[in-house]
Design a protein around this ligand. Structure first.
Ligand code: UD1
Length: 429
């Protein structure tokens, strides 16, 4: 298995172009199941997760063609016909979001059999809300031997879906199914994340009638068919925030381009409070820290536009070098502090009680062997390694490859001393 070695201490200087958003791309890819015409997705990130989903879609009957267009990598998806409405365990377990093929499959063919998902080990992460939404739309749901069997032989029916808690995945899933339902669907207590807007924009370009995405009430007027479209994947706000924190942690000046600063306003506010200079511009933002001490600040994760849970681990790494004590509250997922013991190996002083971590800042961190446990936790270790004295070796980086495109290359271009060591022990560089 690959590892990443970082020699800390180098300041970062340069520009990092942000890729298309992983979390959006995988839902947009699933939308291609809804039409027999081609869906062309531009600004596509090339990641392990998009590859997994591509494989699953191919199994279902989608032709997946990757190419490089005028504006970078793109993927053409065409599902002339669903050849199988079965998503097997061996493919779904590799990535939780592949569960989102269930709704489009039922919407298009009237039936589907999809394995219950695996995914990151950051808490229980049930799919009850996804299933309730599909049931509300008239699908009959049965669970047997780890599989969901869904049936709607006469098609899905528009419905009122009121989510008891805000769920990104369930809101997207409901949208993906309701666009082809008969009649109107209203989703209340919907997630407001920018990915909702991206998905709605893509579906609307395909002929769907989705209104209100990005607010807590989404209204969908079902249509009988969708057609092909071209859609540019939104910039990855988590990658943006991650490199913003990396620049703050290592020091220096980094310009993040091809992205949007407003997507990470909650993070920018906290970074500014901590003493980091952040300047938004048309094409992204610039992050600067030249020798100033970091100040400890408190954060609490929340649904958008709150502080993203996917940036919590990275911010904790930053706070490990701040002056004073920072309190970090995680409200979205239980068990999302798996990076704590690993950050502690680098010298961070962190105590966890329930959903709250207290980080007592230390003057410096020291490189060590650490282990990546989940996607966002892994990258927090890389960020910490950039600022630690000596060498940090991050083991089990397959988690990183799921969500960060060309991480070593992007950081290396800004002067970070970072290299990948292939599983067989040979350096890749
Ligand atoms: C998505 C993102 C993930 C991010 C998260 C929260 C993708 C691929 N992943 O995950 O990176 O951290 O949003 O911003 O887009 N829940 C239930 N029942 C359900 C579904 C969810 O109880 O059926 C709970 C979850 O356990 C969690 C909370 O709802 O506590 C929020 O989860 P959700 O918003 O659904 O996250 P994901 O869509 O899985």
């Amino acid at each position: 298995m690959d590892r990443i070695a970082i020699t800390g201490g180098a300041r970062l200087q340069g520009e990092i172009p942000i890729s298309g958003a992983k979390n959006s791309a995988i839902k947009l890819m699933a939308a291609s199941l809804l039409t027999e015409e081609p869906l062309r997705l531009t600004n596509m990130p090339r990641l392990a997760d998009t590859r997994f989903l591509g494989k699953l879609l191919q199994r279902l009957g989608t032709e997946v063609t990757e190419s490089v267009g005028e504006d970078g990598p793109e993927t053409l998806l065409r599902t002339r016909e669903i050849v199988s409405a079965i998503a097997p365990y061996d493919l779904v377990r590799q990535m939780r979001a592949s569960f989102n093929v269930l709704g489009p499959l039922v919407a298009r063919t009237g039936q589907a059999k999809v394995s219950l998902p695996g995914g990151c080990s950051i808490g229980a992460r049930p799919v009850d809300l996804h299933l309730k939404a599909l049931e509300a739309l008239g699908a009959r749901i049965d669970l047997h031997e780890g599989y969901v069997y869904a049936q709607a032989p006469r098609g899905l029916q528009g419905a009122q879906i009121d989510f008891p808690i805000v769920s990104v995945g369930a809101t997207e899933h409901a949208m993906l199914a309701a666009v082809l339902a008969n009649g109107e669907t209203t989703i209340t207590n919907a997630a407001c994340e920018p990915e909702m807007v991206d998905l709605a924009d893509c579906l609307n370009a395909m002929g769907a009638k989705v209104g209100g995405a990005g607010t807590s009430t989404i209204r969908i007027q079902g249509v009988s068919r969708l057609h092909g479209a071209t859609h540019a994947v939104m910039p990855d706000r988590i990658e943006t925030g991650t490199y913003a924190v990396a620049a703050a942690m290592a020091g220096g000046e980094v310009r993040l381009t091809r992205t949007r600063s407003d997507f990470i306003q909650a993070l920018i506010d906290k970074m500014t409070e901590a003493g980091v200079e952040v300047t938004p511009h048309n094409d992204g933002l610039t992050v600067r820290r030249n020798g100033s001490l970091l100040k400890a600040v408190e954060i609490e994760t929340g649904v958008y536009p709150g502080f993203a849970t996917d940036l919590q681990a990275q911010f904790m790494a930053l706070m490990s070098l701040a002056e004073g004590e920072s309190v970090i509250k995680e409200t979205i997922f239980e068990n999302r502090f798996m990076h704590v013991p690993e950050l502690s190996r680098l010298g961070a002083q962190i105590t966890v009680q329930g959903g709250e971590a207290r980080v007592q800042g230390v003057p410096s961190l020291e490189g060590a062997q650490v282990m990546a446990t989940d996607l966002r936790a892994s990258v927090s270790l890389v960020i910490a390694g950039l600022a630690a004295r000596g060498e940090t070796m991050v083991n089990r980086v397959y988690h990183l490859d799921r969500g960060f495109e060309r991480l070593e290359e992007k950081l290396g271009a800004c002067g970070a001393q970072i290299r990948r060591i292939k599983g067989d022990g040979e350096d890749e560089d």
